[in-house]
Design a protein around this ligand. Sequence first.
Ligand SMILES: [Fe+2]
Ligand SMILES: [Fe+2]
Length: 194
Amino acid sequence: MRLLHIGDIVGKPGRRAVTDALRGLVEEQRIDFVVANAENSAAGSGLTPANYNELIGAGVNCITLGDHIYRRREIIPLLCNANNIVKPANFPADAPGRTSAIVEARNGVRVGVISLLGRVFMRPVNCPWEAVDRELAGLPAEVRVVMVDFHAEATSDMQLMGRHLAGKVTSVLGTHTHVATADEQILPGGTAFQ
Ligand SMILES: [Fe+2]
Ligand SMILES: [Fe+2]
């Protein structure tokens, strides 16, 4: 099974890159499932329903967000009702949105998606470690592919989450910094990490 995780899509240039390239990439690389972080899709901050439709229409299967999740309030009904978009699982329980999603991939496999916010050099949120343990315990046992978007500032915070989830999830991939790191690795237990 082949999975693609796209980091923060920023504004119109980011959305255009996705609409121009994703279909071909999915075809060429035989990708079964695409997760994209869309927290900066609306002119650099937030996500509108029109952006959501554009990205899903371009072939994104599930959308994650981050600290700018509620910048555009009109996304809130979608956050509450759509089954392929998640809020950070360590936001308060009454913050709008679901804490995890299970979405069917092109090959029929059901994929779990979890989003988490880091706390180092970021605004206060609930504990991401507690939240991810809770979410994983709540996923049906037959969901064996789980992709985690850790939206964090510090690479050390990301490393820690990778170690915490090594062997427990399919991937722990970082977003938020808008800068790619060259620390990609397969952690013990087979978890993909960058
Ligand atoms: Fe971002
Ligand atoms: Fe962010």
